[in-house]
Design a protein around this ligand. Structure first.
Ligand code: AMP
Ligand code: MG
Length: 417
């Protein structure tokens, strides 16, 4: 059996290096900038008011309270520019350009109106108060966003502010997902003897999307070598998949045609990983139409095994491809406390048991395993939010320190006490 970390290293060493692509900034969410983004304009583009209030000459307010005459009004977007003369003020709204002649803005809370064209300034201000200067966020010529930045919501907003209409990013891989097995049905029909309802594809397509890649549904493929071979050819050809994820057919069964076909069309390695669930696993690359290497993740068919090997190997690899991570570290892995004893037998494997993690009153994260830990028992796994590592050996006592990998959506961790 191969340790999980060695399998991850093997995968990491064989991932292709994609070429950056140019995309509209609003299609870049979750991607990583492949080039610096420079500012061609000042942000803000002009001096403006940070508050709703009155534009004044600061020296007019030194002896506040002081009554001033209101000679104009400017709102955000105002095209006209009023002037502030000594003894006067201009009513002004947040974001409006500064009137000429003023050097401070008094916030409205520090004023009271005195009739139709008068205002009483209740508190003195200094030059510059209430004003945001042109370029005080970003100066023209600055490089506010560097290559390697993940385009989160705020970064996307900065791109919009900078008028960076297109950006160079590492591409979002198209990930084809297919299930294999003669027993699988997904059309809602009554089950015939020996049939089960398909589940992995639904889950894996969603996990691919959660990882920020583009899922491509390749359907269910019967246990027939020529059908599978045609499906793979179409995936990397006409459908343009950059990555393939298959489930089923990589274990020791006699009808594991996935093994036969992938061995023929791709450069594969077959692993028995020293972990439970998800011991059988295959990884390799095949040539896409453009000649680029297409990584293939052959996940085991048992639904829980499919989930665990996706989370621990395929997802980290997608992150490396997208440059959202430079290592195969994957999901957040934290120290926690297990709330009950675990009995297990030494078998050379790390057990990744599904559990619910939540903050405890002691300020630490606590975990308890979900009831059913069989690799076909997806219903129990679906209610977990983490994987707890039970190291090889006789098990753990209640209260033992454990390492936990947090999964995506699921029960909330709660809040620390
Ligand atoms: P295999 O890895 O093909 O030997 O499958 C192992 C187990 O997982 C068998 O019980 C299969 O019926 C089941 N299985 C395989 N693929 C799927 C799938 N897409 N959805 C649900 N169960 C599956
Ligand atoms: Mg099968």
């Amino acid at each position: 059996m191969t340790p999980l970390d060695d399998v991850r290293d093997h995968v990491m060493a064989r991932l292709p290096v994609p070429a950056p692509v140019s995309v509209p900034f609003d299609a870049a969410a979750g991607l990583v900038l492949a080039a610096d983004v420079a500012a061609s304009e000042d942000v803000p583009p002009f001096d403006n008011t940070a508050v709703d209030g009155y534009a004044v000459i600061a020296s007019d307010t030194t002896a506040a309270p002081r009554d001033l005459r209101v000679t104009g009004e400017m709102a955000a977007g105002a095209r006209h520019v009023d002037e502030v003369s000594p003894g006067c003020a201009v009513r002004i709204m947040t974001g409006a350009p500064l009137p000429t002649g003023c050097d401070a803005v008094v916030m409205v809370e520090d004023t009271e109106r005195t009739g139709d064209d008068g205002v009483r300034i209740l508190r003195s201000v200094s030059p510059g108060d209430g004003i945001r200067r042109a370029g005080s966020d970003v100066r023209a010529g600055d490089v506010p966003l560097r290559a390697g930045t993940v385009v989160n919501a705020a970064v996307q907003a900065v791109l919009s502010t900078l008028n960076a209409r297109t950006v160079s990013v590492w591409p979002r891989p198209k990930v084809g997902v297919l299930s294999t097995g003669d027993e699988l049905v997904d059309d809602g029909s009554p089950l015939l003897p020996g049939q089960i309802r398909e589940s992995n594809r639904t889950m894996l397509l969603r996990l691919v999307a959660e990882a920020g890649a583009e899922p491509v549904d390749l359907g269910i493929v019967r246990d027939d070598e020529s059908v599978l071979e045609a499906a793979l050819a179409r995936a990397v050809g006409e459908l343009g998949c950059d990555v393939l994820v298959t489930s089923g057919g990589v274990s020791m069964g006699d009808y594991d045609i996935v093994k036969a076909v992938l061995s023929r069309v791709a450069d594969m390695s077959w692993f028995q990983i020293a972990m439970k669930p998800a011991k059988p696993f295959a990884f390799g690359t095949l040539r896409g139409v453009s000649g680029a290497a297409v990584p293939v993740f052959g996940l085991p068919g048992n639904p829980v095994s499919s989930l665990v090997s996706f989370e621990l190997i395929a997802r980290p690899a997608l992150e490396v491809l997208m440059r959202t991570s430079s290592t195969m570290a994957g999901r957040r892995r934290i120290a926690a406390v297990i709330d009950h004893a675990v009995e297990r037998q030494p078998d050379g494997k790390v057990h990744f048991d599904r559990c619910v993690a939540s903050w405890g009153a002691d300020g630490r994260v606590h975990v308890s395993r979900v009831q059913a830990q069989g690799s076909h028992q997806l219903a129990a796994t679906a209610l977990a939010n983490a994987l707890v590592e039970i190291p090889d050996g006789p098990g753990l006592p209640e209260g033992a320190g454990v390492m936990v990998t947090l999964l995506g959506a699921g029960p909330h961790l709660g809040t620390p006490a």
